[in-house]
Design a protein around this ligand. Structure first.
Ligand SMILES: C[S@@+](CC[C@H](N)C(=O)[O-])C[C@H]1O[C@@H](n2cnc3c(N)ncnc32)[C@H](O)[C@@H]1O
Length: 185
């Protein structure tokens, strides 16, 4: 039994270490930060954001906090998160279970963000280290032109955000459109 627990702890530690090395350690976005973005995020008119019914993908979703916040404001969305760190994913799955059917539209998946299919995403959420931005920009080239990319903390190099959301004691959040990544490809 204790060996079994040891293996679980080892898997949690190794997956967290790999995530930290790969793209970023688990640092959850503050609730006040999520609220500020949800209150101020401007969708394109073709997007239908105010009506809901769109797909949000969090690349490196942690415990899925961002997706739960989106699903609370827009209950008709599909919210999909990918993460390779086991502990936050487990916390997120427990939260989803405890919500019963409220968060049925939220899907938290164990998977590497670099393999995630984002070609149908309407909104992509990113809070990752800057060192991966060059590769990330290449990945974002498959996004639909109308899609909205939400980047927390550091802006992307050589791209002008269409909106910047700031608040006291909060990290800046930079908003881009999918079509900006087509121009770069
Ligand atoms: C700074 S946290 C952001 C968590 C969440 N998006 C939020 O804003 O609360 C970065 C997340 O990316 C995950 N991560 C790092 N590398 C990854 C990879 N290659 N594939 C999937 N997730 C990864 C980490 O495990 C961590 O949960």
């Amino acid at each position: 039994m204790s060996f079994f627990i040891f293996l679980i702890v080892l898997a949690i530690v190794i997956s967290a270490a790999y995530a930290g090395y790969s793209a970023a350690p688990w640092v959850p976005t503050k609730q006040s930060q999520r609220q500020l973005v949800l209150d101020n995020l401007q969708f394109p008119s073709s997007h239908g954001g105010a009506r809901g019914g769109f797909t949000v993908i969090d690349l490196g979703c942690g415990d899925g906090s961002w997706l739960f916040s989106f699903a609370t404001k827009y209950p008709n969305i599909q919210a999909i998160g990918y993460d390779i760190s086991l502990l936050p994913l487990l916390i997120g799955q427990i939260r989803k279970l405890l919500s019963f059917k409220k968060f049925a539209c939220v899907h938290l998946r164990f998977g590497n963000l670099w393999h995630a299919n984002i070609s149908q995403a309407d909104v992509v959420l990113i809070f990752l280290m800057r060192k991966i931005y060059p590769r990330l920009i290449t990945k974002l080239a498959v996004l639909p032109p109308h899609s909205t990319v939400v980047i927390e903390a550091w802006p992307l190099p050589n791209l002008t955000p269409i909106q910047v959301i700031t608040g006291p004691n909060l990290l800046p959040v930079y908003i881009y459109r999918g079509e900006q990544f087509h121009q770069r490809a």
